[in-house]
Design a protein around this ligand. Structure first.
Ligand code: GDP
Length: 298
């Protein structure tokens, strides 16, 4: 991911090398090229506009240090603005004051929710927690089984509908899982929910109902970073339809242009908490805006 954007940016910076001082015209020309590079990487227009406005203002401002040459100054500003759109300092997962902490996962089918449930539970277990995975995706035929397999690998328990006991009602399963977590001394409940291939009123209603039933500490929207521009409108739909508190980027190992990853924080206003970089449970880490920005700059 980001290979094309990284190449484009490094080409732009190379042209600035050897320049003694940047005129306003140089800054405008550079800003135009960076604008194009971001648009071609599928970064959403409002994000590009905010990025470029800030870049121009800062490049023209007096903040430029004597110790850096013009190319270094622009690289420094681009680096800081990338960190900015990716969420600055970043935010860590919020835990409930009274366990269990409830984390609800939401997103389109195929975005990587079930995989994330496994990854997150493994990661949390590694931090000394006792997570419970809850199977509320009762739409996709294999989702419950997939969750059970992942839970087996992560070494955590699953709460799934019991035959004859609320089968097919994900809201009831979600509600009962909290009591089950208390009874079995689990301090974190991770609720996997159903997605569809596209936004759909029934799915949104179900997600809202599950949310109301479990009163989660975090509602994590899982976004497939391979999806491009569409991902941004999906993110907005989930923010407005369900309410989200954070985002996880999945499939960052893909070779897409990366615009979704760069846009989602700015567009939703919610922090990126984790990043997924593969199908294995360990292909997963806390998201660090500064590291991602450095990776993009190569
Ligand atoms: P869900 O429908 O949202 O629960 O999505 P799944 O968790 O079933 O994931 C859909 C597909 O994407 C599966 O084949 C996963 O193995 C794959 N997948 C999930 N996360 C990643 C990731 O970070 N990188 C890659 N390459 N594949 C992933």
């Amino acid at each position: 991911m980001f290979d094309t954007l990284s190449d484009r940016l490094s080409g732009i910076f190379t042209k600035l090398r050897g320049k003694g001082r940047l005129t306003d015209a140089d800054i405008d020309a550079t800003a135009r090229e960076i604008r194009l590079a971001l648009l071609e990487a599928d970064v959403a227009l409002p994000v590009v506009k905010a990025f470029i406005a800030s870049l121009k203002e800062r490049a023209r401002g007096a903040e430029v240090s004597q110790a850096l040459n013009p190319a270094q100054q622009i690289i420094k500003i681009v680096h800081e603005e990338l960190i900015n759109i990716l969420g600055g300092e970043g935010r860590r997962l919020q835990f409930a004051k009274q366990p269990p902490t409830v984390i609800m996962l939401a997103g389109l089918q195929g975005s990587g929710k079930t995989t994330l449930a496994g990854k997150l539970s493994r990661w949390l277990k590694g931090q000394g927690h006792q997570p419970l995975l809850v199977a509320c995706d009762l739409q996709r035929p294999n989702a419950v089984n997939q969750l059970q397999v992942l839970a087996g690998r992560a070494g955590v328990d699953v709460y799934a509908p019991q035959p004859g006991n609320g089968v097919g009602d994900p809201v009831q399963v979600a509600r009962d899982s909290i009591e089950h977590a208390r009874r079995t001394a689990k301090d974190i409940v991770i609720v996997d929910t159903a997605g569809r291939l596209g936004i759909d009123a029934e799915m949104m209603q179900q997600a809202r109902d599950i949310r109301a039933a479990v009163d989660p500490d975090e509602v994590i929207f899982v976004i497939d970073a391979m999806v491009g521009q569409d991902a941004v409108s999906t993110a907005e739909a989930f923010r407005d339809g369900v309410g989200i508190t954070g985002v996880v980027l999945s499939k960052l190992d893909g070779d897409a242009r990366g615009g979704a990853a760069l846009s989602v924080r700015h567009v939703t206003g919610e922090p990126i908490l984790f990043a997924s970089t593969g199908e294995k449970l360990e292909d997963f880490d806390v998201f660090h805006p500064d590291r991602m920005a450095s990776r993009i700059l190569g």
